[in-house]
Design a protein around this ligand. Structure first.
Ligand SMILES: *Cc1c(COP(=O)(O)O)cnc(C)c1O
Length: 353
């Protein structure tokens, strides 16, 4: 009766359990709603949206606002329904049958899916035992395999570590193809490849409103780069890919982005407090993080995740993945949420259960 596109049958669907955890530390979201002043501004802008009209076709308002803040031109910016859409579009622009896309592993589980949806071949470069990525390995693989695109996730999800800006520049400078740096967690690392945009035409930087800006529900992300590359990405995206409500919400958040600085600093401080406290527990390894989450490795990871779940604490269990054996990813929550996580984890690891 029907035959779906070859290859689609073996493609894995993205799956995360949809559970309303009382303590939700599984999705790297901002723990709270945006700051009240931003919430109020968003509500006002949403009320003013003309729901009967199509959104601006060129999405000029938000592009201009982003360009002003980033010292770029609107032509250097493309918007997506989440940075996910932009990343998938970049794979469609540079991928294609038989074309190779170099990416780290373990990293964001969607990258290989974007590659396959673009009929291209994902080529993974393994992180080392401490979950650091060797820039020489990335560049050598890309050159040897004549890659069409390199994806870097900096800082890397789910491991949390960041590459030094010099390492990113080394790859971008040496590559003979575009390099997209996914900076979904860039606001927490305090470093970015954005300043390199003026120097390298093959660099693309992807960012999102879903994490530090607390707008995961709105689904807004963007990429910044050379105007020819940005125009090509625009070609593969559908017109009106972002709804007017999301555009308005993101613009309010961006214009008031200073309001987020205390929250970001607070999350970084909580991350360090959590890391120190977790390292004091028996039989657990805590990897360095430049994000709003921590990757931990422990002997009975699955049992710990289940124990936490029974107490209403949701974390992301990666322990079934061979390269992440024993690993759980814990999003940094509010102080109280982190205390709840610590208390339960402490009981479990001290063998009091
Ligand atoms: C969360 C995340 C994204 C962005 O997701 P969107 O909500 O689609 O903007 C992109 N890359 C990584 C590595 C992420 O963790």
């Amino acid at each position: 009766m029907w035959q779906i596109r070859p290859g689609l049958d073996t493609l894995k669907s993205y799956h995360v359990p949809d559970i309303a955890w009382p303590v939700k530390l599984d999705a790297n979201e901002r723990a709270e709603a945006p700051p009240p002043a931003v919430q109020a501004a968003i509500a006002e802008r949403l009320a003013a949206v003309a729901a009967n009209r199509y959104p601006e076709i060129g999405q000029h308002s938000l592009k201009q606002a982003l360009a002003n803040g980033l010292r770029l031109e609107p032509e250097n910016i493309v918007l997506g329904n989440g940075s996910s859409e932009v990343l998938a579009a970049i794979c469609r622009v540079f991928g294609g049958p038989g074309r190779k896309i170099v990416q780290p592993s373990p990293s964001f589980s969607m990258y290989p899916i974007y590659c396959k949806l673009a009929d291209s071949v994902p080529l993974t470069v393994e992180l080392d035992a401490g979950f650091a990525l060797a820039p020489e390995k990335v560049l050598a693989t890309a050159l040897k395999e004549q890659a069409a695109l390199i994806i870097l996730c900096n800082p890397n999800n789910p491991t949390g570590g960041a590459m030094a800006p010099e390492a990113v520049e080394y790859i971008v400078a040496g590559a003979r193809c575009p390099v997209v740096v996914d900076e979904a967690y860039g606001e927490f690392s305090g470093q970015s490849a954005l300043p390199l945009l003026g120097k390298y035409r093959n660099l693309i930087v992807a960012r999102t409103f879903s994490k530090a800006y607390g707008l995961a529900a709105a689904r807004v992300g963007y990429a910044a780069g050379d105007r020819e590359i940005i125009a090509a990405i625009g070609k593969v995206l559908l017109p009106y890919n972002l709804n007017a409500f999301s555009l308005a919400a993101a613009q309010a958040a961006w214009e008031m982005r200073g309001e987020f600085a205390p929250g970001i600093a607070g999350t970084v401080a909580e991350r360090e407090r959590l890391a120190i406290a977790l390292r004091e527990l028996p039989a657990v390894e805590v990897f360095p993080s430049a994000t709003n989450f921590l990757l931990v490795r422990t002997g009975r990871a699955k049992a710990l995740a289940e124990y936490l779940a029974a107490r209403g604490v949701g974390v992301r269990d990666f322990s079934a993945a061979p390269s992440l054996a024993g690993c759980l990813r814990i999003t940094v929550g509010t102080g109280a949420e982190n205390d709840a996580l610590l208390a339960a984890t402490g009981k479990f690891l001290h063998g009091e259960v």
